[in-house]
Ligand binder design. Structure first.
Ligand SMILES: NC(=O)c1ccc[n+]([C@@H]2O[C@H](COP(=O)([O-])OP(=O)(O)OC[C@H]3O[C@@H](n4cnc5c(N)ncnc54)[C@H](O)[C@@H]3O)[C@@H](O)[C@H]2O)c1
Ligand SMILES: CC(C)[C@H](C(=O)O)[C@@H](O)C(=O)O
Ligand SMILES: [Mg+2]
Length: 372
């Protein structure tokens, strides 16, 4: 298959982890005889430094003309620590999501059996954790009208949703539940927020067309607790933009490190793949960031284009690195391996062995296809 992939390394550890994902895609190309082309462009703080804007037109055009975007991370302390600054790196990512119409963000959460003892939670709580968060990505409080009064003493962010915005991701989430364990949990704050009540009405109505899927509702404050108390009760979680952002970082704790969690952002025409973590500025240039979230995001990219064996070969290589202890220091304080060692190991272990592939192998961390 020919694929034209836009690479947006971004800031902080973004370039380091993205390099490892590209190495793995190149290994897939060689092993499975595909032809991917990569074109790189700047985004985030580095783009502001170069051009004054976090999403230069050149970058947006590259993404629009690509089959898919592979994204590193954005963000820089010089903006994080300055609330008065007007142009921010994060605006680049938000604008990109909006411009590409990436309304569904899929964040799979699963525990690798080899890492159970790395989790701060007890084994009996986290065993069998396997759920996917469907986070709405182009609406809600992130994109509503923002206001500050003249004296700068009152500020507001509007949280607005339309029926259309809710229904398009709801269908995606119901279909995903059908392919998994037929359970969908809508996480909201319908006891307080009008927008959440609209979510409940729209999702309940759509649920009538998916009678095999058990639809449950959970307030977000309770959900935050349940995810830690009893994560195996969840199958697919559907939620709005900001709640999804927060509960996905929380969920990453279950598996032992946020450096393991990938994501896919899907629209009707375009798709972008990125780790859920940020630019982890403290680690920039130190070769210590975990590249697995980025590598698994590349695996989700492969699945998106129907390259399931290829994606599985990447997942198996990731699993092997975990089993052999070729991991970064977030997973093993005594580890002598850096970001690039882990990336090299995984890329070197990408092999075409579909006969050995076994979905039920408990060593396979993210065994199931995560994208419908
Ligand atoms: N999608 C994105 O690009 C994205 C996501 C979140 C935050 N951000 C931005 O990143 C910057 C830093 O934000 P933050 O510190 O709140 O979040 P962060 O995700 O960058 O880091 C939080 C903590 O998670 C851990 N971590 C993150 N990535 C890791 C990796 N690959 N390997 C090992 N450990 C890892 C580290 O302990 C780190 O201190 C901010 O500017 C923020 O706006 C960007
Ligand atoms: C950087 C920020 C805009 C982004 C978000 O809040 O969506 C990040 O936290 C994420 O989870 O991708
Ligand atoms: Mg986030």
């Amino acid at each position: 298959m020919n694929l034209n992939i836009a690479l947006l390394p971004g800031d902080g550890i973004g370039p380091e982890v993205l390099d490892q994902a590209v190495k793995c895609l190149q290994a897939v190309e060689e092993t499975f005889n595909h032809n991917f082309t990569y074109k790189e462009a700047s985004v985030g703080a580095i783009a502001i430094d170069k051009t004054g804007t976090p999403l230069p037109k050149k970058t947006l055009d590259l993404c629009k003309n690509a089959d898919a975007v592979l994204f590193g991370a954005i963000g820089d302390p010089k903006y994080d620590n300055n609330p008065t600054v007007k142009v921010r790196p994060e605006q680049g990512l938000l604008q990109l999501r909006k411009e590409l119409g990436l309304y569904t963000n899929i964040r799979p959460v699963k525990v690798f059996s080899t890492l159970i003892e790395k989790s701060p939670l007890k084994e009996e709580i986290i065993t069998n954790t396997d759920f996917t968060i469907y986070r709405e990505l182009t609406g809600g409080i992130y994109f509503g009208e923002k206001k500050v009064n003249e004296s700068g003493t009152i500020a507001s962010d509007l949280c607005e949703y339309s029926e259309k915005e809710i229904s398009r991701i709801a269908h995606m989430a119901f279909k995903a539940s059908k392919n998994r364990n037929n359970k969908l949990t809508l996480v909201d704050k319908a006891n307080v927020l009008e927008s959440s009540r609209l979510w409940r009405r729209v999702v309940s109505k759509i649920g009538e067309s998916y009678p095999e899927v058990l639809l449950e509702f959970l307030f977000v404050d309770n959900a935050a607790m349940q995810i830690i108390l009893n994560p195996s009760q969840f199958d697919v979680i559907l939620t709005e933009n900001m709640f999804g952002d927060i509960i996905s970082d929380e969920s990453s704790v279950i598996g032992g490190s946020i450096g393991l969690l990938p994501s896919a952002s899907i629209g009707d025409e375009r798709a972008l793949f990125e780790p859920i973590h940020g630019s982890y500025p403290q680690a920039t240039g130190k070769n210590i960031a975990n590249p697995i979230a980025s590598i698994l995001s590349a695996a989700m990219l492969l699945e998106h284009f129907g390259l399931f064996e290829e994606a599985m070969s990447v997942r198996e290589a990731v699993d092997k690195s975990l089993r052999k202890g070729v991991v970064t220091s977030d997973l093993d304080e005594t580890s002598k391996y850096g970001t690039d060692h882990v990336g090299d190991f995984i890329a070197d272990n990408i092999v075409d062995n579909p006969d050995d592939f076994n979905m039920n192998d408990e060593n396979i961390g993210l065994g199931k296809s995560t994208i419908i």
